[in-house]
Write a new protein. Sequence first.
Length: 538
Amino acid sequence: MEAFAPGERLVLVSGRLVEGARSRSKAPSKKHSRPRLTLVATPGDLREWIALLEREGELVRVQAEVDPYLEMTEITDRVVKAGGPALLFERPKGSTHPLLINQFGTERRMCLALGVDRLDDAAAKLESVLEMQPPQGLAEKVKGLKKLKSIADSMPKTVRTGPVKELVLQQNEVDLDLLPIQHCWPGDPAPFITLPAVITHDPKTGTRNVGMYRMQKLDSKSTAMHWQLHKDGRMDYLASDGRLDVAVALGLDPVTAYSASAPLPKHVDEFMLAGFLKGEPVELVQCNTSEVLVPANAEIVLEGYVEQGDLTLEGPFGDHTGYYSAAEPFPVFHVTAMTMRADAIYPSIVVGKPPAEDAWLGKATERIFLPAIRMSVPEIVDYDLPVAGAFHNCVIVSIRKSFPGQPQKVMHAIWGLGLLSLTKSVVVVDEHVDVHDYDEVFFRVTANVDPQRDVMLSEGPLDHLDHAPTRQFYGGKIGIDATHKGPEEGTREWPEEIVMSDEVQSLVDRRWAEYGLERAADGADGRDQRSLRQLLRR
Ligand SMILES: Cc1cc2nc3c(=O)[nH]c(=O)nc-3n(C[C@H](O)[C@H](O)[C@H](O)COP(=O)(O)O)c2cc1C
Ligand SMILES: [Mn+2]
């Protein structure tokens, strides 16, 4: 692989994260080629994924013994923030199981995981199904059938057994101490399982839910289950009377692991989304001590239950907000069986001050869900959830405006849409503004906004982890309308934007070599060179 120098830092170019010295090109422009709809096969399990990462020069094996108590976090945080490779810690202190981390830490790896060139390609696949129209003619019908087949292939499939059953530890044999569970930050009270797929069923409808919720280790046979207020897993728990069976899958193929973090509506099974993105069904096997089905390809499965009224004080935890989230009561998860591959690889992730590894899991969700959002709010052209805004703190959205009040309509729509409803601030810009270019957004906000007229304060539900509001879960929201206005909205005539004429732009393009500026760009180094190249629009 390319030499990775820990000194390289992750830099922001046009509001997108790029890897320090490895960035060769600017973020793909919107005018780029059309999304490719033929997607390559995604890895079948964690081992195929590790092999792919290794072939692509995207993985480093750490052979030195490393302590899962803090040391691993410090190493990983440095590597993640520098845009470095996935890490396979082969000798975590105190465990015989290797630990994989930073598998999702760059845009390239997130794309490799999903088998696409660009994250937008995964969205395009979903969009083509969402926008299906009754087919006209034979060719259209064949295409339509293919699309329908892709939906049928998304349904999970039950199989008899799988590698996750190689070792079965029941009752007294259950031992979470076998796993190299990371103690992430100094203020955490215990180790936390950070990259699980937690599977439950709605006690009333039977619908499956899969979510990623951290699990604080309480002892060798139990953990806490951090189901935040607005999450589907918590709804299943609240709807159960008495006991609720829970299964936790660890070490999955990357698409299935990603899907656990996807904010789907409650009645949609996340394994369906995984199957759709993979192009083949997720294969499930039944637990040994309950009827819950778990991915047959998992490295490790924890089977168990939670019970009404059985709570523990969970946290504090160094969270993705960049702060410790406060200790609160959460359900206790009792592990009744552990099934695993004999040489199971344990997956982990460190969250903390952004950007952390979860940045690209979030960006994948941002891209994949755009078509679905456009279905309900069609004037939306694009949107961006800045990583530094920890995803729920800020949404920048561009719209095709055709009537007064439309920016405000879109703010309200976002505040009413799934987990986006927890967004604290919404910035609305016109359709031609690149929402991923934070400099441009800042320019529009400062140039186009009359704070008295264009800032809307509202209130509503806020993220469970948001520490800023005076009271938890509820507080203020801000909407900033940075679009152009006009007399129809009661303002004076909006001034014209400065743009060079096409003829002169082409003339300068044609004559560029003659000006002798190329050498100036080549001579400069580092950031200067990059910014000069940007000025030269290259
Ligand atoms: C690394 C990571 C850790 C997460 N930890 C939690 C958590 O501890 N509790 C929680 O409620 N959500 C957590 N989330 C967010 C949920 O996974 C996400 O909201 C998901 O949509 C929940 O699934 P659900 O909508 O089916 O409940 C985490 C996400 C990631 C990427
Ligand atoms: Mn869900």
